[in-house]
Design a protein around this ligand. Structure first.
Ligand code: PMP
Length: 359
């Protein structure tokens, strides 16, 4: 068997222990004589999977009792519509524009109400996270939307903005479960699964209960948070296998010592890479130091046309998918929870060798 270090931004690496457990359980799940993919979503065995997944997520993230956990489909992109359709009672919301995904969220929200861009780093190619303070927010805004980790640009909010009584909505697709956060500071947290949770096709929504039940009249049933909340995410057939895989990933995080332990590991991995980039005059990080993501780390080789060669030789060395996003160029290493420390060490060694050979 050959396993590579996969630095893809998503879908991305899953822990090998999780894949192996899924493999063992695949043809005959808990003596049912069938795989999880073949189980009815109303069966007792699947009920144990979905409630088990929710319980583990609540435990890992310390989710308060007045929040619901929903397992839905449509990706994070569908949340770009669900959020305004459910929350825009006054018809306006504040958005912070920190990159391509924030822009897509704003574009969608504009269909349903007024979008106020209260801060943006677009003029500087999204290389930093704008500073926010309370008086920037419109007191009548239905919510404030942020993208906590900008997958393409490699920036992240290092602190949660205080929005007072205005619900804070966060797209946490690329950094959920990577570091400790205080869920009570958020109205809604949503994330596509395909980075830190499991396979693509599942979206996790963590929502404060008072934000459920206010959907606009035109909101389709499937996009109403209430539909999923009152049915325990079983209004229709949920992405059963994705939920099963998420449960295995949550168990894996718990065994590693929970989010506290995974955060330490993530910080170590990120500093290995950032420290090496800082020590080298060959590579450069395009991102402001106080805004750097520990999940997605872009880097460039200024002045030399070597990106294609870097990506090709890295692939030959078992380091996959290091090409930067087409909108940014250069390279990007996505080092989500499942990337082992050894994978980042292997990348740094390769970068040193490449630097020596091409300087
Ligand atoms: N938001 C962020 C921050 C993302 O990184 C992505 C996907 N890479 C999305 C939204 C879109 O997610 P999906 O493909 O699940 O719709």
């Amino acid at each position: 068997m050959k396993r590579v270090y996969n630095f893809s931004a998503g879908p991305s690496m899953l822990p090998l222990a999780v894949l192996e457990k899924a493999q063992r359980e695949l043809p005959d799940y808990k003596e049912s004589g069938m795989s999880v993919m073949e189980l009815s979503h109303r069966s007792g065995l699947f009920t144990d999977i979905i409630t088990g997944a929710e319980d583990l997520l609540r435990e890992l993230m310390n989710i308060p009792d007045n929040y619901k956990v929903l397992f839905v489909q449509g990706g994070a992109s569908q949340q770009f519509a669900m959020v305004p359709l459910n929350l825009m009672k006054n018809g306006k919301a504040d958005y912070v524009n920190t990159g391509s995904w924030s822009k897509k969220a704003m574009k969608e929200a504009k269909k349903y109400g007024q979008v106020n861009v209260i801060a943006s780093s677009e003029e500087d190619n999204f290389t930093y996270i704008p500073k926010l303070d309370q008086n920037m927010f419109d007191p009548e805004a239905d919510y404030v939307h942020i993208t906590t980790n900008n997958t393409i640009e490699g920036t992240a909010f290092r602190e949660v903005p205080d929005t007072g009584n205005i619900p804070l909505v966060a797209d946490m697709s690329s950094n959920i479960l990577s570091e400790e956060i205080d869920v009570s500071k958020f109205g809604i947290i949503y994330a596509g699964a395909q980075k830190n949770i499991g396979p693509a096709g599942l979206t996790v929504v963590i929502i404060r209960e008072d934000l459920i039940g206010n959907a606009s009249d035109i909101c389709p049933t499937m996009l109403d948070y209430q539909t999923h909340s009152e049915s325990g995410s079983l209004y229709n057939t949920p992405p059963t296998y994705g939920i099963y895989m998420a449960k295995l990933v949550f168990e894996w995080i718990k065994e590693l010592g929970g989010i506290h332990a995974i955060q330490k590991r993530n910080e170590l991995k990120a500093s290995l890479l950032y420290d090496y980039i800082a020590s080298s005059d060959f590579y450069q990080s395009p991102v402001a130091e106080d805004s750097r993501s520990i999940m997605n780390i872009p880097f460039v080789i200024p002045g030399l046309d070597l990106d294609g060669q870097f990506v090709k030789e890295a692939k030959e060395a078992g380091l996959e998918t290091l090409k930067g996003h087409r909108s940014v160029g250069g390279m990007r290493a996505s080092i989500y929870n499942a990337m082992p420390v050894e994978g980042v060490e292997a990348l740094v060694s390769f970068m040193k060798k490449f630097e020596e050979e091409n300087k």
